[in-house]
Write a protein that binds this ligand. Structure first.
Ligand SMILES: *[C@@H]1O[C@H](CO)[C@@H](O)[C@H](O)[C@H]1NC(C)=O
Ligand SMILES: *[C@@H]1O[C@H](CO)[C@@H](O)[C@H](O)[C@H]1NC(C)=O
Ligand SMILES: *[C@@H]1O[C@H](CO)[C@@H](O)[C@H](O)[C@H]1NC(C)=O
Ligand SMILES: *[C@@H]1O[C@H](CO)[C@@H](O)[C@H](O)[C@H]1NC(C)=O
Ligand SMILES: *[C@@H]1O[C@H](CO)[C@@H](O)[C@H](O)[C@H]1NC(C)=O
Ligand SMILES: *[C@@H]1O[C@H](CO)[C@@H](O)[C@H](O)[C@H]1NC(C)=O
Ligand SMILES: *[C@@H]1O[C@H](CO)[C@@H](O)[C@H](O)[C@H]1NC(C)=O
Ligand SMILES: *[C@@H]1O[C@H](CO)[C@@H](O)[C@H](O)[C@H]1NC(C)=O
Ligand SMILES: *[C@@H]1O[C@H](CO)[C@@H](O)[C@H](O)[C@H]1NC(C)=O
Ligand SMILES: *[C@@H]1O[C@H](CO)[C@@H](O)[C@H](O)[C@H]1NC(C)=O
Length: 394
């Protein structure tokens, strides 16, 4: 259909303004919607779907059923309010349209008071064929786009794969992969590929590979808890962890294990941990000096720990090589810190080992805000942050 010029402009303006409205802060009072009340949907946006584990006057008893009811073809913004309870399921989001999951709570700024837990018992990924199958929550347009795959560049996602969700958000929900109580094999709590996802006041619990941010994945974590033991922040995409808690449930591999990707445009794929706390999960763990900040999953690994408190569990050298016969380090490997502090920050040991780059203020600047690291898929354009909630405190 050919639009006349004025109509075309009116159309463009509408599209652009509605696009702008999707980003940044939520356009309603999240605390009012999340607050427990006689009518749970009071204060929520029109059309919000209600999920309750026990089915009481709700639309759905599982989160996945609520998501499936939305279909994949709509671009409308959808909101789902989840009542307190434990939901035993895997949740998969393939739709491109914006979607927000809210856990009901009277304490919307306190992840420790969350009332909604999504739990999956995990599965044997060797038998299933790929780590992707184990994830509690998956945000990805297709199964193939979410596969980890093998080798230095991972699963070859088909080139014609479209981008998935442009604005997925979760507030006050805990995601638990309950396969084992120590690292046995990759078991994901969350998986984000070809999609943008923001997590606010959430929890992610597993032991190995807890958080996977796959190809063309952009993920932002705010005031959330991420618990793991081995390589528990891994992937190919871009992740920013802000004012959160990395809980060490033991040590193995590294906290971060990233695979860089060569692109024709500059990229800042990597994991950035800011203003957070890296601490052992409880005082009975005897892991002093044993947890490395990370190791290069391929020789283009990029990660930065900036302005974090590190407890005494962190290894004096900071980062480590992948292995002694296969170090996977070269001049592209970027394993860095800026202004970390606490008993786990041993500057002399870092310098002696010479694997951890201690950034100057000038070097850090290139990675110091979400605007300079997040990129639009395919174009590589920086400053792609409309999907991030910039004022998440309710
Ligand atoms: C969901 O439940 C609410 C409250 O019971 C109701 O008002 C609404 O119509 C239901 N929505 C759908 C799509 O069934
Ligand atoms: C859109 O999705 C809904 C729900 O899955 C489905 O009923 C409908 O047929 C779909 N429409 C198109 C045009 O694909
Ligand atoms: C957050 O919630 C936890 C668990 O209910 C509670 O112990 C803690 O005091 C709360 N923190 C704040 C700042 O209210
Ligand atoms: C996973 O499956 C493989 C292949 O069947 C088997 O060898 C292995 O023992 C299983 N691991 C666990 C932890 O169940
Ligand atoms: C979610 O995706 C995983 C991985 O593809 C798959 O094993 C699982 O069956 C999916 N679950 C749902 C509820 O669609
Ligand atoms: C959330 O932020 C508050 C205030 O900075 C902090 O005390 C708390 O530990 C943070 N919670 C998590 C889970 O990181
Ligand atoms: C401490 O954390 C570890 C790892 O999660 C767990 O196995 C152990 O049971 C915890 N101990 C206590 C006393 O909570
Ligand atoms: C990316 O390019 C560098 C430099 O040419 C090379 O060393 C590296 O192996 C390439 N990485 C991948 C994953 O292709
Ligand atoms: C790494 O070294 C190669 C070969 O000396 C050089 O071409 C390349 O520019 C260097 N890359 C970086 C990121 O310093
Ligand atoms: C540290 O490693 C870099 C390469 O990453 C090398 O250029 C430099 O000479 C090393 N410094 C020392 C003191 O060994």
């Amino acid at each position: 259909m050919a639009l006349s010029r004025p109509l075309c402009w009116a159309y463009l303006v509408t599209v652009l303004s509605s696009w702008t409205a999707l980003g940044d802060a939520l356009p309603y009072d999240r605390a009012a919607c999340q607050a427990p009340s006689a009518n749970p949907l009071e204060g929520c946006p029109e059309g919000t779907l209600l999920v309750a584990a026990d089915g009481t006057s709700a639309n759905f008893t599982s989160i996945q059923d609520a998501i499936l009811s939305l279909g994949d073809n709509g671009s409308t913004t959808a909101t789902i309010l989840v009542l307190p309870g434990t939901y035993s399921e895997q949740v998969n989001i393939t739709r491109p349209g914006p979607l927000t999951l809210l856990g009901q709570t009277g304490a919307p700024n306190n992840a420790s008071a969350n009332t909604v837990t999504v739990i999956f018992e995990g599965l044997n990924v060797t038998e299933a064929g790929d780590n992707a199958h184990s994830s509690v929550l998956t945000v990805s347009p297709t199964l193939e786009a979410s596969l980890t795959g093998m080798g230095p560049s991972g699963y070859p996602v088909p080139e014609d794969t479209p981008f998935g969700n442009e604005d997925f958000r979760a507030y006050n929900i805990d995601f638990v992969n309950d396969f084992s109580d120590y690292a046995v094999m990759p078991e994901l709590a969350v998986s984000v590929s070809y999609a943008n996802a923001g997590f606010y006041f959430c929890g992610f619990y597993s032991y190995q590979d807890t958080v996977y941010i796959g190809k063309l994945g952009n993920a932002y974590f705010y005031n959330s808890t991420i618990a793991g033991e081995v390589d528990f922040l891994y992937g190919f995409g871009t992740a920013w962890i802000q004012s959160s808690e990395l809980l060490l449930r033991s040590c193995g591999g590294g906290i971060t294990a990233w695979k860089g990707t060569n692109t024709t445009f500059d990229n800042k794929y990597g994991v950035y941990i800011h203003d957070s706390r890296v601490v052992k999960a409880n005082s009975s763990l005897q892991i002093e000096g044993e947890c490395p900040l990370g190791r290069p999953w391929n020789a283009q690994h990029r990660s930065i720990f900036a302005n974090n408190y590190l407890d005494d569990s962190v290894a004096p050298s900071g980062y480590i090589a992948w292995g002694s016969t296969d170090p996977r380090t070269n001049n592209y490997t970027f394993m860095a810190e800026y202004n970390d502090y606490g008993p786990g920050f041993d500057l002399d040991a870092r310098l002696a080992e010479n694997l951890t780059k201690i950034l100057t203020e000038e070097e850090y600047k290139e990675y110091s805000t979400v605007e300079v690291v997040f990129q639009e898929a395919f174009s590589g354009k920086f400053g792609y942050v409309g999907w991030i909630d910039t004022s998440p405190e309710a």
